[in-house]
Design a protein around this ligand. Sequence first.
Ligand SMILES: NC(=O)c1ccc[n+]([C@@H]2O[C@H](COP(=O)([O-])OP(=O)(O)OC[C@H]3O[C@@H](n4cnc5c(N)ncnc54)[C@H](O)[C@@H]3O)[C@@H](O)[C@H]2O)c1
Ligand SMILES: [Zn+2]
Length: 346
Amino acid sequence: MISGSMQTKSYRFSSATVNYYFDADFSRLEKLIGKEQAVLITDEHVFQAHKKKLKGWNCITLKPGEEYKIQATVDSIIEQLIEFKADRSTWLIGIGGGVITDLTGYVAAIYMRGIKCGFVPTTVLAMVDASIGGKNGIDVGIYKNLVGTIRQPQFLLYDYSFLKSLPKQEWVNGFAEIIKHSCIKDLRLFKELEQHKPAYYQKDKPALAKLIRRNAEIKSTVVQGDEFEKGERRLLNFGHTLGHAIENMYELSHGQAISIGMTDACKISEQLAGFKDTDRVIKVLDQYGLPTLANYDKQKAFEVLKMDKKREKKAMNYVLLEKIGKGVVQSVPMDELEQIIMKLTS
Ligand SMILES: NC(=O)c1ccc[n+]([C@@H]2O[C@H](COP(=O)([O-])OP(=O)(O)OC[C@H]3O[C@@H](n4cnc5c(N)ncnc54)[C@H](O)[C@@H]3O)[C@@H](O)[C@H]2O)c1
Ligand SMILES: [Zn+2]
């Protein structure tokens, strides 16, 4: 059955138009692609929790987790595609979190020099962030997302019923990106988030649907304006520069790491962009179960940060807030950044 409230929207990117089916039912997939033409790629957690939905489809089920976002998994997917006799007319459908959509997009880009793909994101993070924008790829050793392409899927299908089985920590990770979007682009969204807690969205389906759609639109619009990351798309890195550095140094989830990264980016924004609302941002992060205090090794974090892809010679493009809802990218000289970071207090 197709849900009565399903809404379709298309975003045009340079090389493709992506159809977004919001508020859809998974059964919609069969209307889009015949079962014999598709190979689904998912992981064991999603498969176990949603067996019924996936019944009758050709399915490749991977071990869950970032540690499997590697070339060996790509090889094993390709072997299974050969067994399924997948050819140029086959569609790959990634059903899962960002690990699955990144892997699926990558394999679809290289198998037979490129076959069609679509995503059914099943984590909040994948719904509002990872499945959008066409970046795909794998990790190599300690280097995250070192190998990959930018290539859009044909469609994104949003069925919020997948979220019923999502563990609490994964909700929290998704909310970190949602708060990020509100900080860089949408004061109204930020004000809405201030009024609620995660439980509100977990219980109220229309509110959740609206929240996810709004966030998918924010990311899509930013990417659309700058698909190949020359300017505006950099805003999406708010909290991620220091965040990535400490995510690697300590055993933090991505959401926790960028929450600390956003807190410190707010404090840096006070000094460099006249930002005045750090306390408000901290309060919202806290409300959604995210950490804002951290006594991390600042010197070591700065050493890691010096290796960041976003660094350009002697300065670094840092995402700051002028005010809530208005992110800006500023080139900050490395020595100035070092001084500021060393003096940050937790
Ligand atoms: N391509 C991009 O633009 C982009 C952007 C952001 C993040 N990413 C990537 O996304 C990944 C993180 O995404 P993620 O947080 O979704 O991680 P994930 O895919 O590892 O999913 C998190 C966990 O939730 C489980 N899970 C997923 N859906 C579930 C469901 N409905 N019910 C129960 N369990 C479920 C997974 O098995 C996994 O254990 C990282 O690899 C990151 O690099 C990519
Ligand atoms: Zn992120």
